[in-house]
Ligand binder design. Structure first.
Ligand SMILES: [Zn+2]
Length: 235
């Protein structure tokens, strides 16, 4: 079991950790600040013991740091880890933006979110929506930016699984939540969005800057895909 430093401090960018298992190019640590791929988010990258971390994956509660070459370390060794922080911080801004944008689209249109992909440069959210014209998109993005500029605090806390499941809207991706977990992590963005979520977010929506549409696509009859990015405020 790996202590999730990316949950206790989402701004943790350097850390030291002990190797608990090695297997060819993969290493498990007793604690890590590397957020693994999942929930629509790409994984963090960075260095571990001075070597490149290509990707970080998870399988149940196990987190694997996938290195570019066979792991030279043995169990018990202490390694220094460093995230590619600029990349991670953009992932945090993008992810909180995706939650806000999804909440606004859902509130205004009733559409459900059918998928998302959060990457540092460009992200996307898929909506189950028949009608998605330019004017509507602009009004949703305006709505998201109004929420962003209100400077809402983003809080995380834990809730009993049954309690979270019984709260309407909290568990949007029920299948993604391992049934073994007794408690779910909840992410609350001011009064805009609250849901069970395992990913990394900014602490305040002001850090997002501005949400901007890149393009939209029709993916089947009722499926609309919105590509967006984040820009520094004032751009
Ligand atoms: Zn999320």
């Amino acid at each position: 079991m790996t202590e999730k430093l990316f949950w206790s401090d989402m701004y943790c960018r350097v850390f030291d950790a002990k190797v608990i298992a090695v297997e060819e190019t993969r290493v498990q640590l007793d604690r890590t600040a590397f957020n693994p791929r999942g929930g629509g988010l790409v994984s963090d990258t960075g260095t571990l013991g001075g070597l490149r971390v290509a990707e970080v994956t998870k399988d149940g509660e196990s987190i694997f740091h996938v290195m570019q070459e066979p792991v030279p370390w043995s169990v018990g060794e202490v390694l220094h880890g460093e995230l590619d922080w600029d990349r991670r911080y953009r992932i945090m801004r993008m992810h909180t933006s995706a939650h806000i944008l999804s909440a606004v689209v859902h509130r205004e249109s009733g559409a459900l979110i059918t998928g998302n992909q959060i990457s540092p440069d460009e992200s996307r959210v898929d909506f189950n929506l028949a009608d998605f014209d330019k004017e509507k998109i602009a009004s949703y993005v305006d709505g998201a930016n109004r929420a962003v500029s209100r400077g809402l605090d983003v809080k995380t806390y834990f809730m009993k699984r049954e309690e979270a499941l019984a709260t309407p809207g909290f568990v949007k991706l029920a299948n993604a939540m391992p049934p073994t977990l007794a408690e779910l992590r909840i992410v609350q963005i001011g009064d805009v969005d609250t849901q069970a979520d395992g990913g990394v977010h900014v602490a305040n929506t002001r850090e997002i800057g501005k949400v901007a549409v890149v393009k939209t696509e029709n993916k089947g009859k009722d499926n609309r895909r919105l590509y967006f990015t984040v820009q520094d405020a004032g751009v």
